[in-house]
Design a binder for this molecule. Structure first.
Ligand code: FAD
Length: 570
């Protein structure tokens, strides 16, 4: 897979997606017809997923010489950054979704959509096996009906699922916030909690328990939901449920020492201070060990004594893990010990032919990054002494950052204060600019850094850029075939016809409630307050996938300003 794109074109003939369907037992004759249907000369591209990565790929794909089939159990795209706004009625669910068929309709290329879930990938025969996504809802559909789809190129963009870390009781007692249905369920549950707490014949304790909202995980989603809920309580509950307003309690439980710890320290500090002022209880260094029907058990940092608290509703928002399809596929291709599918910098799945992975289900293998950094270091050692000063190292890091922006994000995010600190840790000395370290020491420190180095964040921004990048590669693939030498600007790497994927970090937001948002923009520029909230409104309005959703979202915001939130439990 180290050759040019032509290399994997050659491995792919059009009949790659025809022929015998191996696990015929499970597959209906219908499905075989489906697999055989692709008799056209066009190369078949199968895209798994209608999320950020898949949608961005589709939107940017312009080459008419492909036959594209999109397979996803969800026939719409969700603008996930606005999901927390749906939980308390600031924005309606339908305003942030766009039917995938609307997106396809506008394309001038051959694209079809199939509402199904991919259950298995067979890279050897270039086929995927799928299951009807609506079997449980549609009484007429045969349960578990499966079919096969052949491909020349497979684009895996299935995202990730909530990670419960196998904590007992999470499944069944907690809400998650990943899909549109989750947000709708939370909204109904929030309203129901207020209605329930307003019933007669309840003791004060019982009302308090019902109105205790717990958020597990102090990341951006947990923090934004807490802010939304606090706004709902302050702005609407006062009018709608005046008798119980004083009983509401919001608690954020975070296992590390700070909330929003992937953000700049100034933001973390401001958010913690704001939550304190807003009466949102933030429990830091508190690890949830179990959740039962009535209470949450936690273990506090530095203490062996377990504690527990009663709750009415819990949102579990602690991070993401691989979907079963991806776990199974990783085992199949020898990546069983990884968190997400490893790809090279061209987004090709390592060890596979013609399969690409992008978005939350994939990660660019950092091993190569570390090798490249070591190579840059070696080149910086111009006098061949085998040593570099820390000062020189800092200069070299500028080169590294220009090549690998994720190294900068990693450094900026203060997960490790400074790369040099790791070096010093490895050397066991205090950081001094003049200390000389051998290249070997730099390299071993780099591998320590590698194990700590954060991959690209699992965000819509990354998924979106990856989708656009891959579509551009596919748009130009034919041109490259006709002109094997390739355009001069892409020569010289000796590895690949296209430049590798480079992520451009455009900044990140953390809405904190009370019309205040924290923004961390490129160049370590931090802005917190009302002005950033307006920036947030304008950016998220501009990033909507269609004029229809843009109009709906903006009108929802205006409606909320004028009339408040809709508190009906539907
Ligand atoms: P997804 O968008 O999750 O899409 C995955 C797609 O694959 C879906 O269509 C799904 O139905 C489909 N699928 C699943 N299983 C299968 C299968 N077996 N076969 C076929 N298809 C399948 N990021 C930001 O940059 N900024 C933010 O402000 C932000 N806020 C967020 C708020 C919330 C509440 C959440 C949950 C996420 C937020 N994110 C944000 C993260 C962002 O949503 C994800 O990083 C992004 O959705 C990843 O895109 P993706 O295409 O990889 O996956």
């Amino acid at each position: 897979s180290g050759g040019s794109l032509i290399a994997y074109d050659q491995a792919n003939t059009n009949n790659g997606n025809r022929g015998h369907v191996s696990h015929a037992d499970a597959i209906t004759s219908n499905s075989i017809a489906h697999a055989d249907a692709n008799t056209s000369k066009k190369k078949k591209v199968v895209v798994l997923g209608t999320g950020w990565a898949g949608m961005s790929f589709l939107k940017n794909l312009k080459n008419p010489n492909y036959e594209v089939e999109v397979v996803s159990p969800r026939n719409f795209f969700v603008f996930t950054p606005l999901l927390p706004s749906v939980t308390c009625g600031k924005v309606e669910a339908r305003s942030i979704v766009e039917p995938i068929r609307n997106i396809i309709r506008k394309k001038n290329i051959d694209v079809s959509y199939c509402e199904a879930e991919c259950i298995r990938i067979d890279p050897a025969n270039k086929k995927i096996y799928c299951r009807n996504a609506r079997t449980s809802m549609n009484a007429n559909a045969k349960r578990g009906e499966e079919f096969a789809v052949g491909y020349d190129y497979l684009i895996i963009a299935v995202g990730a699922q909530v990670n419960t870390f196998n904590t007992p009781g999470v499944e069944g007692n907690c809400h998650f916030l990943k899909e549109i249905e989750d947000a709708q369920k939370i909204r109904r549950n929030v309203i129901e909690s207020f209605e329930k707490a307003s019933l007669p014949n309840l003791s004060e304790e019982e009302r308090k328990k019902i109105l205790h909202f717990v958020v597990v995980g102090g990341g951006p989603t947990g923090v934004e939901f807490s802010g939304e809920l606090r706004d709902f309580v302050n702005q609407d509950v006062l009018k709608l449920y005046p008798t119980v307003q004083h009983l509401v309690k919001i608690t954020v439980v975070e296992a590390t020492d700070h909330i929003l710890n992937m953000f700049d320290k100034r933001i973390t500090k401001f958010a913690e201070g704001k939550f304190l002022r807003d009466d949102i209880d933030v429990k830091l260094g508190s690890m949830v060990t179990k959740i039962s029907e009535n209470e949450i058990s936690t273990r506090e940092k530095g203490s062996d004594k377990p504690t527990s608290m009663p709750y009415g509703m819990v949102l579990w928002s602690t991070g993401i893990g691989a979907r079963p399809l991806i776990k199974e596929f990783m085992k199949q291709i020898g990546q069983g010990n990884r968190r997400a599918l490893a790809t090279d910098e061209w987004l090709r799945v390592e060890g596979c032919d013609s399969i690409y992975a992008l978005g939350d289900c994939a990660t660019i293998n950092q091993r190569k990054v570390v090798e490249d950094i070591a190579e840059i270091l070696k080149r910086a050692d111009t006098d061949n002494s085998g040593t570099l000063t820390v000062k020189k190292f800092r200069e070299v890091m500028k080169d590294v950052i220009a090549r690998y922006p994720q190294v900068k994000i990693y450094m900026e995010s203060k997960r490790v204060k400074d790369f040099v600190d790791i070096l010093m840790e490895a050397k066991g000395k205090a950081a001094k600019e003049t200390i000389e370290l051998s290249i070997e020491e730099f390299k071993s420190a780099l591998s320590v850094a590698d194990s700590k180095m954060k991959n690209l964040p699992a965000t819509a921004q990354v998924a979106n850029q990856q989708g656009a990048y891959l579509a551009k590669c596919f748009n130009r693939m034919e041109e490259c075939e006709k002109n094997p030498e390739g355009p001069p600007r892409f020569r010289g790497t000796g590895r690949h016809r296209f430049q590798p994927f480079r992520y451009r970090h455009l900044g990140q937001f953390a809405p904190l409630g009370g019309e205040k948002t924290a923004a961390q923009l490129p160049g370590d520029w931090v802005s917190i307050g009302h002005s950033s909230q307006w920036l947030w409104y304008s950016i998220y309005a501009s990033k909507q996938v269609s004029w229809r959703t843009r109009a709906l979202v903006v009108s929802d915001w205006i409606r909320r300003f004028i009339f408040g939130r809709d508190a009906s439990g539907i």
